[in-house]
Design a protein around this ligand. Structure first.
Ligand code: FAD
Length: 368
């Protein structure tokens, strides 16, 4: 690929996730020439539905609202009515503690801090953790369509010392009048994108204050009905192995389950590899629904967001002040977007940040 001519590109967007798409859409609506450079061989970033397991498996953010009901089990049995009430009280209290913890010690696995021996309190903690700190998903922003994305184009370095910004990729350089960076803070912290001039201390401190939370999912499918539960049942169970099982059973009426792991458990799941992840998920379900689960096991798929070099975790957690610092421009022509730059984070935050950075880019282009 030859370098793009100076006049070719108004704005280069780094990353084809929700934020990158939102930015590109706003810019294209204003008839600006845009290119979106994406490191992976697919678009969507942390919103991705994998169909390989034979059912739609949302590897990252859910693409439709999750069921609100919840079944609670301890040692294979559903808990009593009184315990459901006790659970609700604990879950609210734990939620408040979590909020404070997220502010004061972002990135620290709350399970290592909030310690309790009581199974019900452990389930309450799992439920409080599940209430992710984002606005609920109403409708997913469009992350595809006719946008000018170049896949397999990892940006290695971004140089804004000249009149145009130069982006170095393994498949050639790109020159643009302005750039919008949307890569996750985990990628920035790991040095996955070089900057000239280098990022300043304040931005580096903000990135350090917005570490990535670890969360992973395992999808397991079965050849027949072995999970004795209504469609779309969300279950939290305290297992014999003294761990919490968090699962969505029979999603969309399919003979399957999607298990979620967080914090240290997610780290261990990734380190153990795909076969161990599948075996662990099947064992957990067999404990709840009996040994037929093992016999009917068909296939499994699991995520590794922490080890993924283009994510390095599930989402950024940290204070609004750090998000505001990260959202500020790096230089006049290098702007920042992405979930971590927005006070609300998540998909909604990523979407809002992309539109915001695009407006900033339009202002920069208007000046030149
Ligand atoms: C398991 C899980 C559950 C979640 N649950 C929820 C939820 O319930 N609600 C919610 O709102 N959010 C949830 N999220 C978070 C949500 O998915 C993200 O906040 C959102 O998708 C981030 O969008 P983004 O565009 O900022 O970043 P990304 O989607 O990460 O997009 C950035 C893009 O940049 C690319 N990239 C990285 N490095 C480079 C490089 N050097 N060069 C070029 N491209 C690069 C990446 O490949 C990626 O495509 C969840 C995430 C996970 C993983």
């Amino acid at each position: 690929m030859t370098p793009a001519r100076a006049a070719d590109i108004d704005v280069a967007v780094i990353g084809a996730g929700v934020a990158g798409f939102a930015a590109a859409q706003t810019l294209m609506a204003q008839r600006k020439s845009v290119v979106v450079l994406e490191a992976r061989e697919r678009t969507g970033g942390r919103v991705f539905t994998d169909i390989a397991p034979g059912i739609p498996f949302d590897q990252g953010a859910p693409t439709k609202p999750l069921p609100t009901g919840l079944s609670l089990m301890i040692n294979g049995k559903e808990i009593s009515h009184e315990d459901y009430q006790r659970f609700a009280k604990h879950a609210d209290e734990t939620g408040r503690i979590l909020q404070a913890l997220r502010k004061e010690a972002p990135g620290v696995d709350p399970r290592l801090v909030i310690r309790t021996a009581d199974a019900l309190e452990k389930l309450a903690l799992a439920e409080a953790l599940r209430r992710v700190p984002f606005a609920p998903l109403q409708r997913l922003p469009v992350t595809d369509g006719k946008l000018p994305v170049r896949l397999n184009s990892r940006v290695i370095r971004l140089d804004s010392t000249g009149p145009l910004v130069k982006l170095v990729t393994p498949v050639g350089d790109v020159l643009a009048r302005a750039v919008i960076v949307t890569v996750p803070t985990g990628v920035l912290a790991a040095g996955g994108l070089g900057f000239a001039p280098p990022m300043r201390g304040e931005r580096l401190a903000a990135i350090a204050s917005l570490p990535m939370v670890q969360a992973d999912k395992v999808c397991v499918t079965f050849s027949r009905k072995v999970l004795d539960a209504p469609d779309d049942t969300r279950v939290l169970a305290w297992s014999e192995k003294q761990t919490v099982i968090e699962a969505l059973l029979r999603p969309g009426g399919r003979e399957a389950a999607i298990l979620t792991y967080r914090g240290e458990e997610a780290r261990q799941l990734e380190a153990g590899g795909a076969s161990a992840a599948a075996a662990g998920a099947v064992s957990a379900l067999a404990e709840l629904f009996g040994k037929e689960v093992r016999k009917a096991f068909l296939r499994a798929a699991s995520t590794r967001w922490g080890l993924d070099p283009f994510a390095r975790g599930a989402w950024a957690e940290g204070p609004a002040a750090a998000r505001a610092v990260l959202a500020a421009p790096h230089s006049e022509r290098v702007l920042f977007a992405g979930e971590a730059t927005d006070p609300s984070g998540g998909v909604a935050g990523a979407n809002a940040s992309g539109h915001r950075a695009a407006r900033e880019a339009l202002a920069v282009l208007g000046k030149s």
